[in-house]
Each structure stands twice: as C-alpha cells, then as structure tokens.
Design a binder for this molecule. Structure first.
Ligand SMILES: Cc1cc2nc3c(=O)[nH]c(=O)nc-3n(C[C@H](O)[C@H](O)[C@H](O)COP(=O)(O)O)c2cc1C
Length: 339
C-alpha cells in the first residue's frame, strides 16, 4: 500500500478543485521542508532523445495540473522525465465559473471545463525564475478567451516571444474543448496559417537567441481520418517539432449514465484511452516517422503506457491516472516502457 492509497480517500471526499488546490499547496509545503522525496517511488533511468532534447525517462506530467508553475520543484520529485506546465495565456483570466471539474470514479475519469484559468504569462515567468528544477520543462500555450479567434496567432506569438529560451519546449494547444472555437484552429486553412506564423517566428527567435526551442502541437482526439491526414500533411510540411496526441474528448461514450457523465467539458482518464490511442496510431502512420509523437490520454497503468508506445509514441504524458493511482504510476510506466 502506498502513502497515496491512504491520502486518496480523504481527498476524494472534497470537491475535486478544492482537493486539487490543497494537494498542490501541500506539495509545496512539504517541498520546503524537503519532505516530498521520502514518499516517492524510485524511478529508474530510461533515457530518450526526442525533439533534440535529452529526457531522463519518457514519462511526463501532462499540462493543466500545474497551470501557473507553482509546484514544479515538488512535482519533479515524482520522478517525471519531463514536466509541462500551463496552459498559460498572455493575460491572466479566471476561467469558467465553479464547479468546473468533476470526478467519475466508477469510470476512473474526470470531466473538466476549467477554461484556461491562469495568472498570465508574467506570473508564470516569475515562478519559473524561482524554481530550482533543471530538468526538461514545457509550457502549454493557450489564447485568452476574449481574443477573437482570427487573432489567435497573435496570442501564441506573444507567448512564444516571452518564453523563448526560458523553457525546454512549448506546446501550441489548439485542442482544449473549453475555449470557444479554439478547435477551429485545427481546420486545414487555419492550421496552415497558424503554423506558418509560428514557425517563422520560431526561426527568427532561434537566430536572435542562437539556440533552437522546439514547438509541439497538441491535438484533439475527436478527429476523423480525413482531418488527421490533412493535419499530418501540414505538420510534415511545416516541420512541427512534435505532435501531442491527445487532449480530452467531447465524447461521452461509456460514461453518459454515470453521475456527472453529462457535464459539459473534456473527458479524460480511462474512457478516453482507446479513442486517443487510435488517433495516435493514425498520426503515426500519416506522419511516416518524420515528426515525433507524445502520447497522452487514459494512461492508468504500465500496460497502457506500453500500448501508447506500440501505437507510435516516443514519449508519454499522464494526468488523470495520477489522480486515481498517485505517484507510483510514474514508476510503473517507466518500468513498463523499459521492457
Ligand atoms: C483538470 C484538467 C485540466 C487540463 N488542462 C489542460 C490544459 O490547460 N492544457 C492542455 O493542453 N491540456 C489540459 N488537460 C489535458 C491533459 O493534459 C491530458 O492531455 C488529458 O487529460 C488526457 O490525459 P489523461 O487521460 O492522462 O488525463 C487538462 C486535463 C484535466 C483533467
């Protein structure tokens, strides 16, 4: 039995967002006292080179758990090979009204409609200054809810400018279901324009800084084969540094009759796994090995991690599995990927 097996029933009695905030605050407190590590599993090394970066292991923390980069040092003790914080937007914004996060324990799932609640990029940069973490750090980029969708590229470019050289990579998030019209950026015309603008700015910044910072793109699982082929062609043409497959789903298949099963937002965890792996595999075929893949969606065990690898993932990320399984899941995944 792990420490988390004792803590989880207490946390699960609280409203999910309260439990979330309390856990992050608790982790920060314990980290100050140097008390996080003794409770964490030992994670073996399993080095990987992806996007030109050296990862100590291929298991990362997915975006959305630490939106403002407040608990990076504590989360690093979990043994992740990389950490992604955010989503961050140029200006601070409160997100949707609460409640906006729901647990579906029978399905080992979460529905969320947070809506990019975050303290803005300046606050994130200040937090990044304070962290002692030297490992691989990514930042998930979102647009402000009140930036018109035609101007979305401007938000991503502002964030790219501000974060360039300060972190290991950034992820252009065009797949959150909780910002109106965001997923429209996945359509061929919009995506072509967006990638053109982002890759041009990345090239400028690389020259100015004398160093290259990779840009990944995170996609939705709710795509058909024609959309996948069209997007993959653009990712190859624009030489996107990695594709993250996938974000949460709008589907409610398998959870519609559960308590909270019909809440609006994105569904994550076990019911997302198969759909997400199918999309990952389809991108793997369509990208022809030219663009690395990061698999995310419903990884709750070492076997699930292997399933993503077998479908083409070079790296994986977890979020909902951590809520149900705790930090042991990081070691389970790394060990499974090593076999
Ligand atoms: C509460 C919550 C907030 C999230 N916020 C973000 C976000 O800001 N940006 C993003 O790209 N993904 C976000 N995600 C999606 C996760 O990063 C992950 O891709 C998705 O949940 C699938 O993985 P999982 O089944 O392991 O949770 C969020 C997920 C949850 C549950």
């Amino acid at each position: 039995m792990s420490t988390y097996d004792l803590v989880r029933p207490l946390l699960f009695r609280l409203d999910p967002e309260t439990a979330h905030n309390l856990t992050l605050a608790g982790l920060r407190f314990l980290e100050k006292l140097d008390l996080v590590e003794p409770f964490m599993p030992n994670v073996p090394p399993l080095p990987r080179r992806v996007m030109g970066l050296d990862f100590p292991n291929p298991v990362g923390l997915a975006a959305g758990l630490d939106k403002n980069g407040e608990a990076i040092d504590a989360l690093a003790r979990f043994g992740f090979g990389f950490i992604e914080v955010g989503a961050v937007t140029p200006r601070p914004q409160p997100g949707n009204p609460r409640p906006r996060m729901f647990r579906l324990p029978q399905a080992k799932a979460i529905i969320n409609r947070m809506g990019f609640n975050n303290l803005g990029v300046h606050h994130l940069l200040a937090n990044l200054e304070r962290t002692a973490y030297k490992g691989i750090l990514g930042v998930n980029l979102g647009k402000n809810f009140d930036t018109p969708i035609e101007k979305a590229a401007d938000d991503y470019l502002i964030l790219l400018d501000k974060l360039y050289g300060r972190v290991s990579f950034v992820t252009v998030n065009i797949s959150s279901p909780n910002t109106k019209n965001l997923r429209a950026l996945q359509s061929t015309e919009e995506l072509d324009l967006l990638l053109r603008a982002i890759k041009a700015r990345q090239a400028d910044l690389a020259q100015r800084h004398g160093s290259y910072m990779p840009v990944a793109v995170k996609i939705a699982p709710d795509l058909d084969d024609a959309q996948i082929d069209a997007m993959a062609a653009l990712f190859r043409r624009h030489r996107v540094d990695a594709v993250m497959a996938t974000n949460t789903t709008l589907s409610r298949e398998g959870v519609e009759y559960l308590r909270h099963g019909k809440e609006a937002g994105g569904l994550s965890g076990r019911p997302l796994r198969e759909k997400s792996t199918r999309v990952l595999a389809a991108f793997h075929r369509a990208l022809g090995g030219e663009v690395p893949l990061i698999g995310s969606g419903g990884i709750m065990s070492g076997d699930d991690a292997r399933e993503k690898r077998n479908a083409g993932a070079d790296l994986i990320q977890i979020y909902t599995g951590l809520i149900y399984r705790g930090p042991e899941l990081v070691r389970d995944c790394v060990e499974a990927l090593g076999t």
